[in-house]
Design a protein around this ligand. Structure first.
Ligand code: NAD
Length: 481
């Protein structure tokens, strides 16, 4: 077995205890195929135990003062940052991303814990002007109750803290179901929470290789009052439908099809750097990754040439090696999807500029790829590739660019590069997206509300808005005064 950090206990964490099971499943390193650890393969019964533990922990947790909860969150933040290197190495081993990106994700994920430690003390209610001289209107903000968090493999740490930190700050206990490809980082996070003194049952982690069975309990059990999901749109729709039975409040951070628009007046070098960051980060496996590059006629050829030159410089290899810009893809199915999108684009007239095939390293390594002369009949126009493929579309006018950008059922992140200030306002307002980056390739921060419109999701994570997802308003009418 490979060396793993001492903060990892490869067992599920339920009611403050580390629980094993007769059946376990393997977690592998996508760069080498090596088995890193085996974790318990839990099902419906264990999930109900976790929900019961959270429900039992809730009354005491919500009664703690906000300052006590804030201090525990602050302690968790410090512990995460004290273990930044160990967590980053563990994440790179189980997920594949380059170590510099893993270190960045630990800091990014921890920033939510820090932010909500501060914000916990500001969950305020209000009094409103009343409808009678003998009455008063009070509005309380109360914790919603047990929260279930289902998270994806592409950000094994940050997707958990982005949900759990505001939930815990608001006074809610959590049951986490991490992705089956990356449960180890989640378990290390839970261990740190245990070490800093979170009470038993407030944080629970259920590991499972059959997510539907766990999801069924989390969406149908009436004791779970809120589900927060990050993952694909098809699974999100299924969970939303399941939540209808108990009218459960749900937040959904789903798929995207991000446009990255480059106008004639853009700073081309800055646009190329932005495109590299937004497209190839995490091997193209982020929900806010550029999926379509839309480039205006006047700069099309120059942009493609500059982009291809930069892409050809990206070093592919194990995320643990110094200087590597792109690690392996998560699994063989991910490689197949990228290959299918490339084959479809080339068959319909696309021009391969660089890359285009599995990398000589073998396994799930793939060459960073650029395809030009892409058109709207191709699969890449509509589907999220979730891999290192940059398809470059051509457009003539601003109106056409906005129409192309919006021609999708998704609406998560959009990017554009321009200098003319009227154009910047016009395009910013015309894009039907939850997040828009202007002359920037990266926009995630704990300080801003993250989330999408249309089929990209419901709700927001981060900033003070993120807390609203975990509180309910209670109106109290005080009469007879
Ligand atoms: P996925 O939907 O396959 O899995 C996400 C999680 O749901 C995993 O924990 C998985 O085990 C679980 N799951 C799968 N089927 C389930 C079921 N029937 N019931 C309950 N749980 C189930 O997605 P993925 O492949 O892990 O992640 C990639 C997707 O996530 C992409 O579409 C990406 O855009 C999206 N994503 C969105 C955001 C965002 O904030 N909007 C962030 C990261 C990833």
């Amino acid at each position: 077995m490979p060396e793993l950090p001492d903060i990892l206990i490869p067992k599920a964490f339920i009611a403050g205890e580390w629980r094993d099971a007769e059946t376990r499943f393997a977690v592998t390193d996508p760069a080498s195929g090596e088995v890193l650890a085996e974790v318990p393969d839990l099902g419906a019964d264990a999930t109900r135990d976790a929900v019961a533990a959270a429900e039992a922990a809730w009354p005491a947790w919500r009664k703690r003062t906000a300052k006590e909860r804030a201090n525990l969150l602050r302690g968790w933040y410090d512990a995460i940052m004290d273990h930044q290197e160990a967590l980053a190495r563990l994440m790179t081993r189980e997920q594949g991303k380059p170590l510099t990106e893993s270190r960045g994700e630990v800091a990014y994920g921890a920033s939510f814990v820090e932010f909500y430690a501060e914000e916990a003390k500001r969950v305020a209610g209000e009094t409103l002007p009343s409808h009678g001289v003998d009455k008063r209107i009070l509005v309380f903000r109360e914790p919603i109750g047990v929260v279930a968090a289902i998270t994806p493999w592409n950000f094994p740490l940050a997707m958990i803290t982005r949900k759990c930190a505001p939930a815990l700050a608001a006074g809610c206990p959590v049951v986490i179901k991490p992705a089956e490809a990356t449960p180890l980082t989640a378990l290390a996070l839970a261990r740190l929470a245990e070490l800093v003194g979170f009470p038993a049952g407030v944080i629970n982690v259920v590991t499972a290789s059959r997510p539907a069975e766990v999801g069924e309990v989390l969406t149908s059990d009436p004791r779970v009052r809120k589900i927060s999901f990050t993952g694909s749109t098809p699974v999100g729709k299924k969970l939303l439908a399941q939540c209808a039975g108990t009218v459960k409040k749900a937040s959904m951070e789903l798929g995207g099809n991000a446009p990255f628009i480059v106008f004639d007046d853009a700073d081309l070098d800055a646009a190329v750097e932005g495109a590299i960051a937004s497209k190839y980060r995490n091997s193209g496996q982020t929900c806010v990754c550029t999926n379509r590059l839309l480039v205006q006629d006047g700069v099309y050829d120059a942009f493609v040439e500059k982009l291809a030159a930069r892409v050809a410089e990206l070093r592919v290899g194990s995320g643990l090696e110094e200087g590597v810009a792109q690690g392996p893809l998560i699994n063989a199915a991910a490689v197949e999807k990228v290959e299918a999108h490339i084959a479809d684009a080339l068959a319909k007239g696309g021009r391969l500029v660089t890359g285009g095939k599995p990398h000589a390293l073998g396994g799930t390594f793939f060459e960073p790829t650029v395809i030009a002369d892409v058109s709207e009949e191709m699969r890449v126009a509509r589907e999220e590739t979730f891999g290192p493929l940059a398809p470059v579309f051509r457009f003539a006018t601003e109106e056409q660019a906005i129409a192309m950008a919006n021609a999708t059922e998704f609406g998560l992140a959009a990017y554009f590069y321009a200098r003319d200030y009227r154009r910047i306002w016009h395009v910013m307002e015309g894009l039907e997206y939850g997040m828009v980056a202007v002359n920037e390739g990266i926009l995630s921060t704990e300080l801003a509300p993250f989330g999408g419109v249309k089929e990209s999701g419901l709700g927001r994570e981060g900033s003070h808005h993120g807390l609203d997802e975990y509180t309910e308003l209670k109106y109290v009418c005080v009469g007879g005064l």
